[in-house]
Write a protein that binds this ligand. Structure first.
Ligand SMILES: O=C(O)CCC(=O)C(=O)O
Ligand SMILES: [Fe+2]
Length: 327
């Protein structure tokens, strides 16, 4: 069931802002993960990945109560004093807290204020070796986050099997090549501030970027802000709002899947703009096992359309992309 506000449904005329043009809301497809017609679901996924690189999934099996529990933990964690959060600061193994300005997703961001990076703060949870807040203060954090990690990882694996079918590969393809043996799967809790300082006017919650790996599954608290740009090389760039649809998760394709498919599937540029209202979201980044070599699928290249990227080891690629955004 799709529910949108009247305002979101209204046809909006493009507004040009410098190098950017705002064009209202995008109407992305919804793929029903419980559909008994798996072939039709795979075809819908393929169309969505080719045309948008973004889609929604419904009937995904993530319990609303679990999602609410994750948001409740997040809403308790981020308002804490900075020194408590910094005690859990993200280390070299990419788990833990990242403060505001720690990450700049768009190195070429046109925002030239004093801040070094994006407005958001976040907390990463990996498959193991995690940093947990004190059990005394957050007694249900660990169980909630571990359950959310395993549940969304299973949803991600189901989506990857539809993606494999959509590329005429075996449904178990990503399992069979080992991409899902200890996959690099990270839950990321995100918090965007409501009010911003004068010096931050024009800064982004998350500046323009594409995700790095295979797929991302995103849940938001319904606050707007997420936008996509489908033609990154078009000028001015056209940015469209991604409306929240109750009960769905947003799925987007990452750069490694774009490389695997020789750009048949789009790893679409996206950003989160500040909307003057506090915003919480939770992402699951599902990336291949670090040892997997990502080289163009045979079905995605031929003499007339040769591979656009050299083969690359997933771990090397992800490490380089991450180190380029964290200062
Ligand atoms: O918070 C959101 O809606 C998007 C976050 C995002 O794009 C990211 O963390 O890569
Ligand atoms: Fe992203």
């Amino acid at each position: 069931m799709r529910r949108r506000s009247d305002q979101q449904q209204q046809q909006q005329l493009p507004i040009t802002l410098g190098r950017r043009e705002m064009a209202g809301s995008v109407d992305l497809p919804v793929v029903d993960l419980a559909s008994p017609d798996v072939r039709a679901a795979a075809d819908a996924v393929r169309k969505a990945c080719v045309e948008h690189g973004f889609f929604y999934v419904s009937n995904h099996g993530v319990d609303g109560a679990l999602l609410e529990a994750v948001f409740a933990e997040s809403r308790r964690f981020f308002p804490q004093a900075m020194d408590g959060k910094m005690a859990l600061r993200r280390g070299s193994n990419h788990r833990g807290y990242t403060p505001p300005y720690a990450e700049k997703l768009d190195a070429a961001s046109e925002f030239t204020g004093s801040a070094a990076g994006d407005l958001k703060e976040s907390f990463y949870i990996g498959p193991d070796l995690n940093r947990w807040p004190s059990e005394e203060l957050f007694p249900s954090w660990k169980d909630t986050m571990e359950l959310y990690h395993s549940t969304t990882l299973a949803v991600g694996e189901r989506i990857l099997s539809l993606i494999a079918l959509s590329l005429d590969l075996d449904a178990e393809f990503f399992h069979k090549i080992g991409a899902l043996n200890c996959p690099s799967a990270f839950v990321r809790l995100l918090h965007y501030p409501g009010e911003v300082n004068e010096s931050d006017r024009g800064n982004y919650g998350a500046s323009a970027h594409s995700d790095y790996g295979m797929i991302t599954l995103l849940a938001t608290d319904g606050t707007p802000g997420l936008q996509i740009c489908r033609e990154k090389d078009r000028h001015p760039q056209v940015w469209e709002d991604v409306p929240h649809i109750d009960g769905t998760l947003i799925v987007n394709i990452g750069d490694l899947l774009e490389r695997w498919t020789n750009c048949l599937f789009r790893s679409t540029l996206h950003q989160v703009v500040a909307v003057g209202k506090e915003r919480y979201s939770v992402a699951l980044f599902l990336d291949p096992n670090p040892d997997i070599v990502v080289r163009c699928f045979e079905s995605c290249c031929n003499e007339a359309n040769p591979p656009r990227f050299p083969p690359i080891k997933s771990g090397d690629y992800l490490k380089e992309r991450l180190s380029a955004t964290y200062k």
